[in-house]
Design a protein around this ligand. Sequence first.
Ligand SMILES: [Fe+2]
Length: 189
Amino acid sequence: MCELIDRLCADHKNITIVLDFINDEIDKFGFTVAPSTELLSDSLRYLVEYADNVHHPQEEIVFYQVSIHASQLGDIVGTLTAEHDQIYQDGSELFDWINGVENRQRDITAQQLRFGRDYVFLQTRHMQLEESTVFPIARELFSAQEWESIQSSYLMQSDPLFGDHVEPEYQTLRSQLDEFMPNNPSSAS
Ligand SMILES: [Fe+2]
């Protein structure tokens, strides 16, 4: 019945792995081990293409239904929805910066690195807020009929990076993440 919430939580684990990877790569700027701007670009493209365009719209259907059941969560739902917009804008901006670096048009600045870390922090805190507020309410209060209507209101789209079929444009990143994951506490579950 709560399949959607289970999948959103599984997405969060995967998104966390990508965010941890981005943080690790950001930490390499300015040091002897060069970051991979190509993999950073792929990571940000995944976050914009999948997290922003597939995962977040599904969450917003849940948010709407939660706000009907629990009007006291209206402010939190408003904050989470506004953060989806912010995350999309920041992610798109970072993606453009990284591609600028990748194309050797410019070097990344300290301010941009801070912006990147803030982006990772915002997404991490955002997912924690969803999992501690709206998701438990949805699990507890939604009826079977509501789940059915929610699940019929969106198109199932598979994850191009962590799904059963890894899309060709994400295969290099996926191989890199498979190596990164055993060392990553986020992947332990
Ligand atoms: Fe989420």
